[in-house]
Design a protein around this ligand. Structure first.
Ligand SMILES: C[S@@+](CC[C@H](N)C(=O)[O-])C[C@H]1O[C@@H](n2cnc3c(N)ncnc32)[C@H](O)[C@@H]1O
Ligand SMILES: [Zn+2]
Length: 297
């Protein structure tokens, strides 16, 4: 075996080992029975014995129910842009705020990130919570390929956040939801009674300088109130913190932050590139999000 093949095989073995360890908290998306890792094979099998799920070569479990709508999955280009931007550390204060919640979590269970993208925030949370396992859930195979490799204690699985999650009741100590879709009833169901939900949403001032000059989608200013209202049947709000910071972005960073966000669905990349090229460099851009914590009712 070449050194390259040996390295690949050991990475694959590590990803499968985390899935093996986390299989206890997974459940079958079809019949809700518990799932077991079929040792030696790259499959998960439900206790009812009727359903099996492949573990992709890239290390994530395929737990999407057949009728899921994958139309909102981040594309390869969006995920590559997100990886570049987050990897450069521009959103570090957001990762730090999530890591602080992970460090404070005392409930038993794993950290589940719903709509985890590349697994960037989950990896930071796991670094602050030694010994915990993490599960990245997303519907984009491009995101999951990265999330499966994001941290030695993180596993990744595909699922549709609008459908029942492939996670057993009460097994999550902490659920993260960062700029991603959320189904309140399901987030409540998977959370341990002493667990916490932490949601990150952009404020109206997030990337404001770019929104104006590049004509991007803007956020409505009652987003936080709508979030609390949607969660209120299942969750009690705890603290909500504004995380605001300034970023110095080159043109490539600005192109990435547009390409990874919701505006990517509505703008032509060439047009955006042209507009960015006409701007001064570097750009000074404000980021502002709300990091809201909730306790289950
Ligand atoms: C704006 S990105 C945020 C990703 C990550 N939380 C971050 O902040 O880096 C939204 C993520 O939600 C995922 N997504 C979209 N629709 C979904 C669905 N129905 N179920 C699960 N994930 C979904 C996308 O693939 C994408 O990775
Ligand atoms: Zn089943």
């Amino acid at each position: 075996m070449s050194p390259h093949e040996t390295a690949r095989t050991s990475q694959e073995a590590q990803e499968t080992a985390v899935l093996h360890d986390i299989a206890d908290i997974l459940r079958c998306p079809h019949c809700q029975a518990s799932l077991d890792h079929d040792a030696g094979r790259r499959v998960l099998r439900c206790a009812a014995g009727r359903h099996t799920f492949d573990i992709a070569r890239q290390g994530y479990a395929g737990l999407l129910a057949g009728d899921a709508n994958t139309g909102t999955a981040d594309t390869a280009a969006m995920v590559a842009a997100r990886d570049a931007f987050l990897g450069a550390g521009h959103y570090r204060p957001i990762a730090d705020a999530l890591a602080a919640h992970a460090a404070d979590t005392t409930a038993p269970g794993v950290i589940v990130d719903v709509g985890a993208g590349t697994g960037h925030y989950l990896a930071h949370a796991l670094e602050a919570a030694p010994g915990r396992l993490g599960l990245a859930l997303d519907i984009s195979k491009y995101a999951l390929r990265r999330a499966a490799k994001a941290h030695p204690r993180a596993a990744a699985a595909s699922c549709d956040a609008w459908q029942p999650l492939p996670v057993r009741d009460g097994t999550a100590a902490l659920v993260l939801n960062v700029f991603a879709p959320r189904n309140p009833a399901e987030l409540r169901r998977v959370l341990h009674p002493q667990g916490r939900l932490v949601v990150v949403t952009p404020t109206v001032r997030h990337l404001a300088e770019l929104v104006t000059v590049l004509d991007l989608l803007s956020v409505d200013d009652d987003k936080k109130a709508r979030l609390d209202a949607a969660l209120s049947p299942y969750f009690t709000p705890l603290d909500a913190r504004s995380v605001a910071f300034r970023m110095t972005l080159g043109h490539a960073d600005a192109a990435s932050v547009v390409a990874m966000g919701p505006s990517a669905w509505h703008t032509d990349p060439e047009t955006v590139r042209g507009r960015i090229a006409a701007l001064p460099a570097p750009l000074h851009v404000g980021a502002e999000v709300t990091v809201s914590a909730y306790a289950p009712r």
